[in-house]
Design a protein around this ligand. Structure first.
Ligand code: GLA
Length: 410
């Protein structure tokens, strides 16, 4: 009997030893959601070394870097040809000094550089993809000093998503340089169910466009989402996000043409959902209103709260959406979003929000016994306290396509 047990253990050990050791993704690159800027929403393929340098300068001068926005991400269309050995090169017209020079410039400003590739034969804009070149591409990015890779999903017929993202994650790990992996397969194969140890964030939606609540439908059969559609998709996935792995409802469109209210609502909801804050506007040329939104440090702190719980759409009343987000130290963020076409005044009974977040944090607001100080995150004013009485306590007007947001403090 003893010999048999020994044999079983020996056999199991041999089997385990024969299994390939899977590398872990780079840890601690995403303890809070990533913050930065990307070329895509504003410039698409019309990019250059000069634009990147100008944006890096503006990131510093505007105070955005010091507010936490660190990545400068070059999206699609930076690519030139592969060289004779298969190593990818930057487009020599757009980046005449090569990608290492861009990385050096960005790093000298205290910022980090992001780049873009695709798991298929070509990128979404038809540039060379990484299929069959994964380790080589990761090595090249590491040599250049790249800190972040967005990895897209176009032209991937017969490619297995789990395998493809595991492969590039392993390649990044093997490159020896800590590189953030931003997965972009639009939620097609539910990466939130399998990618926690592979990537640092995953897109949950199709592409956003600069619109509050409508779809932009293309003849080819796909659509782009407005802000509200992105929120609706991302909403149901809060249980899958946390420190190290975030749901990504796509990059920001603040400053690209929506109204100030819409921009404020968009930004607030991304913070409430602990979403990556990747700016998409021309930082060299920002209005005062855009600046005020993107530099609201108290709102950014809601996004970056170390507890890392994605906000909870806990109630709907009179067309308004009520959102709560548990924060460290027993505090909460509380936002009311008005997606309707008219202003709405709501009489708030704090007891309606006496709720427990059973799904993720297990935390309860305990508003029947606990009194919080109410701080308005957009006017930056104190607005008294919550009440343990079971009756409407205050009238709150939320403008159309706008938001009212508070921090409830113990
Ligand atoms: C896809 C992505 C976008 C952008 C483009 C670039 O559509 O989802 O975010 O990267 O490709 O071509």
């Amino acid at each position: 009997m003893k010999t048999k047990n020994f044999m079983v253990i020996m056999f199991a050990t041999l089997v385990l030893m024969a299994m390939p050791v899977q590398a872990q993704k780079w840890e601690h690159l995403a303890d809070t959601p990533q913050m930065g800027w990307s070329t895509w929403n504003k410039f698409q393929g019309n990019i250059s070394e000069d634009i990147i340098k100008g944006i890096a300068d503006a990131m510093v001068e505007s105070g955005l870097r010091d507010a936490g926005y660190t990545y400068i991400n070059i999206d699609d269309c930076w690519h030139g040809q592969r060289d004779g050995d298969g190593f990818i090169q930057a487009d020599p017209k757009k980046f005449p000094n090569g990608m290492k020079a861009v990385a050096d410039y960005v790093h000298a400003k205290g910022l980090k550089l992001g780049i873009y590739s695709d798991a298929g034969t070509g990128t979404c804009a038809g540039m060379p993809g990484s299929l069959g070149h994964e380790y080589q591409d990761a090595l090249q990015y590491a040599r250049w000093g790249v800190d972040y890779l967005k990895y897209d999903w176009c032209n991937t017929t017969n490619v297995n998503p789990h395998g493809a993202y595991q492969l590039i994650s392993d390649a990044l790990r093997a490159s020896g340089r800590p590189i953030f992996l931003s997965m972009c397969e639009w939620g097609n194969s539910k990466p939130w169910k399998w990618a926690r140890d592979i990537g640092h964030s995953w897109r949950t939606t199709p592409d956003i466009w600069c619109n509050f609540d409508s779809l932009r439908v293309f003849e080819a059969g796909y659509s782009q989402f407005g802000v509200m559609q992105c929120i609706a998709f991302n909403d149901s996935l809060r249980q899958y996000a946390g420190p190290g792995y975030w749901n990504d409802p796509d990059m920001l469109e603040v400053g690209n043409g929506m109204s100030e209210s819409e921009d404020r609502a968009h930004f607030t909801m991304w913070c409430m959902m602990a979403s990556p804050l990747i700016l998409g506007n021309d930082l060299r040329n920002m209005s005062e209103a855009t600046r005020n939104i993107l530099l609201n440090k108290e709102m950014i702190a809601i996004d970056q709260d170390p507890l890392g719980v994605q906000g909870w759409h806990c109630m709907d009343r009179d067309g308004l959406q009520f959102w709560l987000k548990p924060l460290v130290n027993g505090n909460w963020a509380f936002a009311i979003l008005n997606p309707t076409r008219s202003d709405v005044t709501y009489e708030l009974n704090w007891q309606d929000l006496n709720l427990t977040d059973k799904e993720v944090s297990g935390r309860s607001t305990k508003l029947d016994t606990q009194v919080y100080r109410v701080y308005n995150l957009w006017t930056h004013k104190k607005e008294g306290k919550t009440s343990v009485k079971n009756k409407p306590e205050r009238k709150i007007t939320v403008k159309s396509h706008d938001v009212v947001a508070y921090r409830l403090e113990l």
